[in-house]
Design a binder for this molecule. Structure first.
Ligand code: HEC
Length: 276
């Protein structure tokens, strides 16, 4: 039982599996109850009784079933019915102490069994989680999965797959990275200093996102531009590159004179990957 439940838990959708199990159990329970009720009505019971003289195993099954049935129903032959009679007598109306219908009684036992299992598993041993705990587990699992997914996303970003992102959160991240690492050489508004002006339309190494990504990642050896791949992760490089490209045309005060070639600064040009 436990291993089945463990397997279900390991499945992609344990809630659905549990629901399925619960529905199946309910269907079986209702089936059994209906079956017993049918027998009680008498039809099946009579058929079974008329089948005397069948094969031995059939007889054995029948006897086994009849025993169960008799125990459940607790009927007495008419002659000994007096034994079932209750003590009271209302103006000649008497009552037999008959058993409750088996389907009803069995359903009742099933609820007791269910309640016991529920209490032990959820409240005593805590093996199964209550709703809130289950919800919190799911949240933490999802958070871990998300973090892992984000890691793979980060590692797959390179100069050929980098995207020029314009959403506020990326630009904001990029701005933070720029302020912390790049201001010394490119100026607070990227107008240039030791390094070139990054806001004009003149570029030494290209202005496609892939080119900018590449320049930032590998640096420019011997020209004073640091390689950032050891300091910034690919996602951060993509963010700062997007930020730099978003500054195009911002025309800050005291900007450095143009360096490099005049390039088209359309969004389309910026979105291109690095030239091979
Ligand atoms: C130590 C100084 C220095 C720092 C710090 C620095 N850069 Fe540079 N950067 C330069 C220099 C110098 C160049 C010009 C290289 C050349 O002449 O080829 C340059 C070039 C660039 C270019 C290419 C410009 C073009 O015209 O093609 C980009 C883009 C760039 N840097 C972005 C950054 C970013 C983003 C940061 C921060 C993460 C940064 N740089 C930090 C000095 C620096």
């Amino acid at each position: 039982m436990d291993s089945i439940l463990n397997q279900l838990h390991e499945g992609n959708n344990p809630e659905q599996a549990f629901l399925l199990l619960a529905v199946l159990a309910l269907i079986i329970l209702i089936g059994v109850a209906l079956f017993i009720a049918l027998i009680q009505i008498g039809g099946l019971y009579n058929i079974l009784q008329q089948r005397n003289g069948g094969d031995t195993w059939q007889l054995a099954v029948k006897r086994w079933w009849t025993n169960i049935y008799d125990a459940q129903v607790g009927l007495k032959p008419l002659e000994t019915e007096q034994e079932l009679l209750l003590a009271h007598d209302y103006d000649g109306i008497t009552e037999l102490d008959n058993h409750l219908p088996p389907w009803w009684k069995n359903l009742f036992y099933a609820t007791i069994f269910f309640g016991l299992v529920y209490m032990v598993m959820y409240h005593i041993t805590g093996s199964w989680q209550l709703q809130l705990a289950e919800y919190e587990t799911e949240l933490s699992v999802a958070a871990t999965e998300k973090a892992e997914w984000e890691k793979t996303q980060t590692n797959s970003i390179n100069e050929t797959s980098a995207k020029f992102l314009t959403d506020a959160s990326t630009i904001n991240d990029g701005k933070g990275i720029y302020t912390a690492n790049c201001v010394a050489c490119h100026g607070p508004a990227a107008g240039g200093g030791v390094g070139p002006n990054l806001t004009d339309s003149y570029w030494i190494h290209g202005n496609a996102i892939g080119d900018v990504f590449k320049t930032i990642k590998y640096g420019v050896a011997g020209k004073g531009m640091t390689a950032w791949q050891a300091t910034l992760n690919p996602k951060q490089i993509q963010a700062v590159a997007s930020y730099v490209l978003s500054l195009n045309g911002s025309n800050p005060a005291n900007a450095k004179e143009p360096q490099g070639k005049l390039l088209a600064n359309t969004t389309q040009a910026k979105q291109a990957t690095a030239a091979k």
